[in-house]
Design a protein around this ligand. Sequence first.
Ligand code: PEP
Ligand code: MN
Length: 281
Amino acid sequence: MVAVCDIPIPGKIKLAVKNDDVQKTIVDVNGVKIGGDRVIIMAGPCSVESREQVLEAAIVVKAGGAQILRGGAFKPRTLPYSFQGLGEEGLILLAEARKETGLPIVTEVMDADKVELVASYTDILQIGTRNMQNFPLLKEVGRSDKPVMLKRGMSATINEWLGCAEYILAEGNPNVIMCERGIRTFETITRNTVDISAAPILHAISHLPVIVDPSHGTGSRFLVPPMSKAAIAAGADGVMVEVHPHPEEALCDGAQSLSPEDFKAFIEDIKPIIAATNRRL
Ligand code: PEP
Ligand code: MN
């Protein structure tokens, strides 16, 4: 173990922690810089459901000030009976939404043998919480030339999460973004417990940018603005929030999705906090 700011980290983690070669990583996604002086808003639907739905969401989040469009085409669902995503059709629709709005996209890849396919459409490969320790998948995205957003496993410690970032970095991909999306605790009122401390802890020990996802972190729309403000105040490099044109009709995660009106109000709500941290949207 070595200690940074009194935080013990396994000495064998070499690349994901600050080191002689890298003190800070800024991930450049088609000109959108994650980890710099701008707070990044990734927004969009949980799942890509149709052309109309994803285009409308993309236009709304772009108008509101988001810099990156999110949307799942391959969905990791708790039950096999739930909507599993549109697959490649969803990727095609995301690419269309990017063309329409100019927003780079982030979408999840669940299988190592789909990395090439997903990478051929997306700008950022997302590794979901359930796959944080899928080591063959981590190695495969580590060989990709696309940035990777690595979500924290819902039961993972920060050191285990850093170990997974190490897998990607060790394969030669330097563009890793960490995403805190809530962890399992004894609390059941919220879907998960958002560990806001992950942002300053990672910033102290790692050079990688940190995004916080309060949508999956809380499971409730009304908690998305306050937890986003807390995350930004704690230094997170950005937030990822779910936005649906009609949350009540969403095929997945409607209860935590912001409506277009909610999203507009959300952006106004976070602006003073962004300014207070001497950063820009
Ligand atoms: C998602 O962001 O679409 C998602 C499934 O999140 P998580 O892996 O954090 O549950
Ligand atoms: Mn979701």
